[in-house]
Ligand binder design. Structure first.
Ligand SMILES: *Cc1c(COP(=O)(O)O)cnc(C)c1O
Length: 335
């Protein structure tokens, strides 16, 4: 079975398993796990922030960031299809007593400075003031769209102009960086915090990083404990994360494979959005997404339903260029 449902299905390689087995460990709740400390230092360096925190999931990283940046009763400005709003169980309300104001970011899901300014609310006796702006890069629901360095700076500056911080949901920030041909640190230069996943295209079995100023990470450390994310001998999972961080340069290969897949599926008459990174969105036309995906599964290919009449295939490090040809032929068999 060729599993293209997500880049989270990647399996750790032998080096990662060996690194996990041999990791130096300690109690990370006391900040005494040398491998976690090394991962946090390396992650902060790569992403260009003062400090970083290892968290069990991207969702927890985003939710910690929102809680640290705000007080209850404020509003968060997010894109209408953003993960932090749509796919985290209303966590902004559940964990941090925030209300959300969504902005339609159009085809590419980008929050423009105009939209941020137009939707900003000044706190009063009647209105919840804006407390935080979040942007997602790459934008998952829009098909792995890359938000450019200029667009990122503009969003951060607009947030700062209205007096609030900017958090970046950078689950796939290294995909964005590879596609834009800039270091990821450039994309988040003006941002106050950023979360990125080790467990997606970088291939680690578990974990995400939250990065920001020292003060922000100190506060985040406490909120991580509150949310039940304090881990003990976490060096066992941090060690593969350290190797994953050095996998950044191989993401471009996933993007090439995604382009190849899109072109091949178009040759079979399908309508496919041109991928900017590793996410390929395919329209299922006359078929329902379930019919389309069952037919693919019978041919040995897995994808996921993504929207009405749209399915998603993700390329990742367990999908080779040869596998992509196999997928194209297999989907072709269903036409
Ligand atoms: C996957 C993802 C997350 C959450 O990460 P988990 O580790 O699955 O909790 C957050 N934001 C975006 C854009 C994602 O794609």
């Amino acid at each position: 079975m060729l599993d293209l449902r997500s880049d989270t299905v990647t399996l750790p390689d032998d080096d990662m398993r060996e690194a996990a087995a041999e990791a130096d460990v300690g109690d990370d709740v006391y900040s005494e796990d040398p491998t976690v400390n090394e991962l946090e230092a390396r992650a902060a360096e790569i992403i260009g922030k003062d400090d970083a925190l290892f968290v069990p999931s991207g969702t927890m990283g985003n939710q910690i960031a929102a809680k640290v940046h705000t007080s209850p009763g404020y509003e968060v400005l997010v894109e209408r299809e953003s993960h932090i709003y749509k796919w985290e169980l209303g966590g902004l309300a559940q964990h941090s007593q925030l209300q959300v104001r969504t902005i339609d970011g159009g085809d590419r899901g980008v929050l423009t400075p105009e939209a941020i300014r137009e939707n900003a609310i000044e706190e009063s006796d009647h209105e919840a003031g804006t407390g935080l702006v979040c942007v997602e890069n790459t934008h998952n629901a829009k098909g792995g769209v890359v938000v450019s360095p200029e667009e990122m700076d503009a969003a951060a500056n607009a947030a700062h102009d209205i007096g609030v911080p900017l958090h970046v949901d950078g689950a796939r920030i290294f995909n964005a960086a590879a596609a834009a041909d800039v270091p990821a640190s450039r994309l988040v230069k003006e941002a106050d915090s950023v979360m990125f996943c080790l467990s997606k295209g970088l291939g680690a079995p578990v974990g995400s990083m939250l990065a920001g100023s020292e003060e922000f990470i100190d506060a985040a450390h406490q909120v991580r404990k509150l949310m039940g994310g304090g881990m003990r001998q976490a060096g066992m999972v941090a060690a593969p994360g350290l190797l994953a961080l050095e996998n950044r340069s191989r993401l471009a290969a996933d993007h090439e494979n995604a382009k190849r897949l899109a072109a091949g599926l178009r040759d079979h008459g399908l309508t496919v959005k041109e991928p900017e990174t590793n996410i390929v969105l395919v329209e299922t036309g006359e078929q329902s997404t379930d019919e389309f995906l069952s037919a693919c599964e019978e041919q040995g290919v897995l994808g996921v339903p993504f929207a009405d009449g749209v399915v998603r295939f993700c390329t990742h490090w367990n999908v080779s260029t040869e596998d992509v040809e196999t997928v194209i032929d297999a989907v072709g068999q269903t036409r």
